[in-house]
Ligand binder design. Structure first.
Ligand code: FPP
Length: 227
């Protein structure tokens, strides 16, 4: 059976979910989506998963209407404020990937505070990708390498990425029906098992997550070799 350490998820379909339910505002989907994040985080912690990385806001999401961006930023702040207790109770470490410098001072402070308060935990690590894009992450890493003036090998490059010290992504899930990676963990997903589901993120369940994990455990991973 495959050892599972790291699951990454593109949580797509919030806007369509809201429309389908008859809500006037797309943001209702994000709000319900945040409660799915909570349920899944508890489950991931209970099954002993090491890393759960979630795409919360991409470098491209700044193209959205300002009220939606503001709502997402407010939701992230509210989420961290509320879920600190959950992290503390369940021994969950909180980390981020992405360029946080473009976020408000208040949100940056909340993120920093949550990281510091949970840094000593060694159960599940929940990683939120905020203002994250793989191309941006890779370019920042390349520029760091150039500044050092030394050639890097694969391990050296890994260490320059936002995901430094995190295991490779075993399972990559995208909800919402599209079959693309949308600038998410392009380097890290080199040998991930990809799972695409039509389920819209707010409808995603623990049961569907477990079905994906079961499928993953049956996959023969060869990493370019032969068995
Ligand atoms: C994509 O759905 C989703 C996002 C851009 C934001 C993801 C945010 C959440 C799931 C909620 C907040 C998360 C946390 C951790 C508090 P979409 O809006 O593009 O959906 P659509 O394709 O149906 O329009």
């Amino acid at each position: 059976m495959q050892k599972l350490k790291h699951v990454a998820i593109i949580m797509d379909g919030n806007g369509r979910w809201a429309k389908k339910q008859g809500f006037m505002e797309r943001i209702k989907g994000h709000e319900v989506g945040a409660s799915v994040v909570r349920d899944l985080t508890i489950h991931a912690s209970n099954i002993g998963l090491e890393y759960l990385t979630l795409y919360a806001f991409s470098t491209e999401n700044w193209k959205r209407p300002l009220p939606e961006i503001s709502f997402l930023m407010m939701l992230l702040d509210k989420y961290l404020q509320k879920e600190l207790a959950l992290f503390m109770e369940n021994g969950i470490r909180f980390e981020t990937i992405g360029d946080l410098s473009k976020l408000s001072d208040t949100l940056q402070k909340r993120i920093q505070d949550t990281k510091e308060k949970t840094a000593h935990f060694d159960g599940l690590t929940q990683v939120l990708a905020i203002n994250y894009g793989s191309k941006d992450e890779i370019l920042r890493a390349v520029n760091k390498a150039v500044e050092c003036g030394e050639k890097v090998d694969e391990a050296g490059f890994d260490a320059l990425l936002d995901t430094q010290n995190k295991p490779p992504v075993d399972i990559m899930i995208r909800t919402g029906g599209d079959h693309r990676l949308s600038n998410f963990l392009l380097w890290q997903a080199a040998y991930s098992e990809l799972f695409f589901t039509d389920t819209l993120w707010p409808d995603f369940t623990i049961k569907e997550f477990d079905t994906i994990v079961k499928k993953f455990q049956k996959v023969e991973r060869r990493f370019g070799g032969i068995k």
